[in-house]
Design a protein around this ligand. Structure first.
Ligand code: ADP
Ligand code: MG
Length: 877
């Protein structure tokens, strides 16, 4: 074997078609990788790198894994963002003349996984196709082949890219394909992918005619007409491009309506939450660790099924804006909350329901085995029980569930009659079906059993004939049936015995009679397993015909599960049902931050929220750690929860229906994107000023912190003015610029609040209570003390603060009363410190009285000089 052996030629031909993927090439019982692929595989899968032809001049790097344990290795590669091509032997090596025929059997990419072992159950796994026409017009398709979810959307005009990238952020596709180099580049900048190969250009973007054809072939003519896809050419084009890509990967089941529904959606039909807001509010993942735990979703998710979990995530990401639909969900949540016993029963039933949605997907790829079908039977029985429970409930959505879930009795009976309760994993070796399911099968089984008796009779007869009492019939894979005779009895063996195999202590024989029985037996067995396989395929097709109904049930169960989850948490944590006002008021009694109240060690102190047409811009000051961020976020979280149909952590809540929420945090460290934090902050702020409406909620947490005091405060102030006069959106603005509290009474809508603290000596106690008014000081040093900063530094800081405040006062700059920049005075003060040190170090014993007087004079002079200097500087500013 060398570089130009026939097999290597075959390998290279396949590899050429897929240079960007790892090629796993079946050689006997192994998948082998060669050349660079071998090096990558050895590194990523932690397996040995060897070589073919080690002795030759140009050995080929080689890494291999046994096929039977390949799955785990595949998972690892996909998890790390690689794409893998499996090329397998498609004929029996022993039958092959010359080179064994090999074909690509699967192409696995992170965006097209269907194996449940490889997927996270609580979230969709999307492949996304992004199409743009070069003039700010985008189409996006997101496809989850593991659930059959296929959605497309379109955006054009100003803000189109921002909206599309927010969608991409929300969907977090594990593979993203773009129609142009430009959008590919934009996406690369914006999203961190584990592997650069996961953002790529689309292999083919179909023209309009072809697009229509592809969509109509995959769905039908009505779909095109009903969705008016002619009016949304880029959404359609993205959908078609995704189909083409799936075809290339051989991931589109032929002749199957795998993606039952094409879903055309628009982001403005739900509350818009851009990705910065989503991150800052920690809706689906925590800021610090980037995981679900610690997020709003993590808190609300008390779902019992995978389908429910995935749906609840969407609810959190896409709160509703139609009052009627919100109230409908709230009705259902309320009923389930008020009926804890029924809810508990439902939860118990739901717990045993498997991932029906992903099951349906595997079904259409013919990747289910007999065990899956037995599991389906159990799940269907469970679903029927759930349906019955729901008939006793009143809320519209719950009633709907009980009437829409189809009756699966026939299917259950059918599977029950067919399959044994504990079938083997493999569907090729028989043992799958119950007796009575198929006559021919039963006959074959009977025959096999009879042959067994035949064999026993034969053994008995031979013992008698030969007189060898220990003669016994056995079976082994390579030699088939034999009669074993120990060495001591060999002289009793008759002439018609043919030797088959020699062991240490015994010899194995056969006879023409035994061969005949053997042929009958193995023939029957082979027939049986191939019959069972065909029967299984039939059965699978029968189940496949139920897919539509199964998916309907799955969607109902997902919703029911999400609703009970919200009810469960509402009862557990004492939430109230929100009321929506037409007068755009936000009046909340005793609001709490849903996540902080669960995680903080101290007792959570609730606070009211009051915003209306007169007071819509709350400026909140208070020392660090007082609870400003927590308070303003709780307002936003309440709004999200209410509009997703959840109860809210408060005693009473009257809320407006918001069109979108913005949450920005000053100077968030976004080093990963390599932009200066201040730049990021300003870009984010600019976005708000362009897009917010009077129906939006804006959360600004210490905006302007990322630059020098003057800059920061000026920007903060002008942003406030703009919101107050132009946008009039409800705004919660926390700031450490106390000067901004001067705006109350001057700017329309502004109202000052502060979070109370109590001073006890040098200690500061956080009361966590929101009160009208402004903070009198910032207690930064007290907080530093709490944090354990050394005493020496604290004393020095106090002194500097004192000097600074006096200086500012003297400067008579009360209108803005800005603090002077700290850098200058600090350097002066350090000279002062030096003079003090000099004084301390003066050895009086070595000085004459006159020298001492001289020194004292010098020090005093310098001190006086720079004091004058200093106040002059303040006046100059
Ligand atoms: P700030 O933004 O004013 O610096 P934070 O909102 O970050 O303060 O709050 C600091 C910590 O105080 C929080 O992590 C939380 O543990 C606690 N906290 C905040 N608000 C409350 C409250 N209302 N009741 C109890 N603890 C609170
Ligand atoms: Mg804060």
């Amino acid at each position: 074997m060398n570089r130009s052996s026939p097999m290597m030629e075959q390998y290279k031909a396949v590899k050429e078609q897929h240079p960007d993927k790892l090629l796993m090439f079946q050689v006997g019982d192994f998948y082998e990788l060669f050349f660079e692929d071998a090096q990558v595989a050895a590194r990523e899968m932690e397996i040995a790198l060897t070589s073919r032809d080690a002795g030759s001049e140009e050995p080929i790097p080689l890494a291999g894994v046994p096929i039977h344990s390949a799955e785990a290795y595949l998972n690892r590669l996909l998890g790390k963002g690689y794409k893998v091509v499996l090329c397998e032997q498609v004929e029996d090596a022993s039958q092959a003349r010359g080179l064994v025929k090999r074909e690509i059997t699967r192409i696995l990419t992170p965006g097209t996984i269907t194996d449940p072992e490889m997927l996270e159950e609580s979230r969709n796994n999307y492949l996304a196709a992004l199409v743009d026409n070069g003039s700010n017009h985008y189409g996006l398709a997101a496809v989850d082949i593991s659930t059959g979810d296929f959605q497309v959307t379109e955006q054009k005009g100003e803000g189109a890219w921002e909206n599309i990238s927010d969608e991409l952020y929300r969907l977090q596709p594990s593979e993203l394909l773009c129609s142009s180099k430009e959008s590919e580049q934009l996406c690369r900048k914006q999203f961190n992918y584990k592997n650069s190969g996961l953002i790529e250009q689309l292999p083919h973007v179909p023209e309009p005619e072809e697009t229509k054809q592809l969509i109509q072939n995959q769905w039908d003519h009505q779909t095109w007409e009903k969705l008016e896809l002619g009016r949304f050419p880029l959404a359609a084009s993205a959908g078609a491009a995704a189909l083409v890509y799936l075809q290339l990967l051989q991931q589109l089941p032929v002749g199957e309506k795998h993606f039952r529904r094409l879903n055309l959606y628009f982001t403005n039909r739900s509350m818009i939450i851009d990705n910065v807001t989503s991150r800052n509010l920690e809706l689906t993942q925590s800021l610090r660790e980037g995981v679900k735990k610690g997020s709003l979703l993590g808190l609300l998710d008390r779902c019992m099924t995978a389908m429910g979990r995935r749906l609840l995530r969407r609810w959190v990401e896409l709160p509703m804006i139609k009052r009627r639909t919100i109230e409908k969900r709230l009705d259902a949540v309320e009923e389930l909350m008020r009926k804890p016993l029924q809810r508990k029963d439902l939860r118990n039933l739901l717990q045993d329901i498997f991932d029906l949605e992903r099951f349906c997907s595997r079904l259409s790829y013919q990747r289910v085995n007999a065990r899956d079908l037995v599991a389906l039977k159990k799940t269907l029985t469970q679903i029927e029980a759930v349906r019955k429970k729901c008939t006793a409930l009143q809320a519209a959505l719950l009633k709907e569930t009980s009437s829409i879930i189809p009756d699966f009795k026939d299917l259950v009976d059918f599977i029950d009659r067919a399959l044994v309760d504990d079938p083997p994993l493999s569907i090729k070796d028989g043992g799958l079906f119950k007796k009575g399911y198929n006559e021919e099968m039963d006959e074959l089984k009977m025959f096999a059993e009879e042959s067994n008796t035949l064999l026993l009779d034969f053994e008995k007869k031979e013992r008698e004939r030969t007189g060898i009492k220990s003669l016994r019939i056995g079976f082994n894979r390579n030699f088939g049936y034999y009669m074993e005779v120990t060495k001591t009895n060999l002289e009793l063996v008759p002439l018609d015995y043919h030797r088959k195999q020699t062991l240490v202590n015994a010899e194995r024989f056969t006879t023409p009679d035994l061969q005949r029985i053997e042929e009958q037996l193995t023939g029957a067995r082979d027939k049986l397993s191939s019959l069972e396989y065909t029967l299984f395929e039939d059965l699978r097709n029968k189940v496949n015909a139920y897919t539509e109904q199964l998916l309907t049930a799955s969607h109902q169960l997902a919703r029911l599960d999400s609703l009970q989850s919200l009810a469960d948490i509402a009862e557990k944590n004492g939430y109230c049902r929100p009321v929506f006002s037409n007068n755009k008021k936000m009046t909340v009694k005793q609001a709490r931050h849903p996540v902080v109240e669960q995680t903080s060690f101290e007792r959570f102190v609730p606070n009211d929220i009051q915003m209306d047409r007169k007071n819509y811009l709350l400026v909140i000051t208070g020392p660090n750690m007082a609870g400003k961020s927590t308070y303003i976020r709780s307002a936003a979280l309440l709004a999200v929860m209410a509009q997703m149909g959840s109860f809210v952590p408060a005693v009473e809540a009257e809320l407006p229906i918001l069109d979108r929420i913005f949450a920005r945090v000053g100077a968030s460290d976004d080093l990963s994107r390599g932009q200066s934090t201040f730049m990021v902050e300003m870009q984010e702020t600019a976005g708000i000023l362009k897009e917010a409406t009077p129906d939006s909620l804006i959360i600004l947490d210490e905006i302007g912190r990322g630059t020098s005091t003057y800059d920061g405060m000026s920007i903060a102030r002008s942003v406030l003015e703009f919101i107050s006069r132009q946008i009039k959106a409800k705004t919660l603005f926390s700031t450490h610029y106390h000067e901004l509290t001067n705006l109350e009474g001057e700017l329309p809508g502004v109202k000052n609040y502060t979070i109370a603290v109590k001073e006890k000596g040098k200690q500061v106690i956080f009361l966590r209570q929101l009160i009208p008014g402004k903070a009198d000081k910032s207690y930064g040093i007290n907080v530093a003390r709490l944090a354990g900063v050394p005493l020496e530094v604290l004393i020095r800081a106090e002194k500097i603060l004192y000097e600074l405040e006096n200086a500012a006062f003297e400067a008579n700059d009360r209108q803005l009363s800005l603090l002077p920049m700290v850098t200058e005075p600090v350097s002066d003060y350090s000279r002062e410190a030096e003079l003090l040190d000099e004084l301390k170090e003066l050895d009086l014993n070595r000085l004459t009285p006159l020298e001492a007087l001289q020194k004292l004079y010098e020090i005093q002079k310098e001190l006086l000089e720079f004091e004058n200097d200093h106040s002059q500087k303040e006046l100059d500013q």
